[in-house]
Design a protein around this ligand. Sequence first.
Ligand SMILES: *Cc1c(COP(=O)(O)O)cnc(C)c1O
Length: 224
Amino acid sequence: MTDFTAIKNSIDAVRADIPEGVRLVAATKTVSPEVINFAFRSGITEIGENRVEELCAKYPYLELPEGAKIHFIGTLQRRKVRSIIDKVDMIQSVDHLSLAREIDIRSREIHKVTDILIEVNIGEEESKSGVHPDDALELYRSLYEMRGIRVRGVMAIPPKGRLTEYYDKLYKIYSDILKNAKSNDKIDIISIGMSADYREAIALGSNMVRVGTAIFGERNKQII
Ligand SMILES: *Cc1c(COP(=O)(O)O)cnc(C)c1O
């Protein structure tokens, strides 16, 4: 049974930790549309989904409040870009030129400019996606001509428990991108921080946190 009161209380508690200027993205993987809609009614305005199939299945049932935003935060295969491009406001997991190119093409097809973040594998972990830290700026530069995307900044999932150590490294990459920003882009987002460390991330300077468990409780199931 879903404990709606507990979710409401968690949303209130997390939101109370989020200062002005920091965006809270509720990570809604495995969360049902019913619960997501309740979260929207409880003050959540942005959600992040990880899987294309799950997002597409849930999408028709979402009651998006005015101004609500959907982020894609999981691994994205090129061939699946087309099925989500009309549904998402931001794709946070761009780590390849070929993926960026596909997002660019599919966005222009529907006369849209899609906001993206460059995902950096900040801890250089084999199990994680993201561009190698040394290649992030070069990837950004290779996107200059793409009119269907607008780069907004960087995203990372640091090695467990080692946020402080890696935040500076991510910030350095963000600054390098900012210094090299082309005029159409609006580089202003550092997306780092999850349930275990979002307060710490905000204290370090993150301005977008992605929080799942601390709002919806432990995930133990895949619903789609
Ligand atoms: C699931 C997920 C989160 C949220 O993780 P929690 O620990 O549940 O807060 C954040 N970012 C990404 C990319 C995720 O997949």
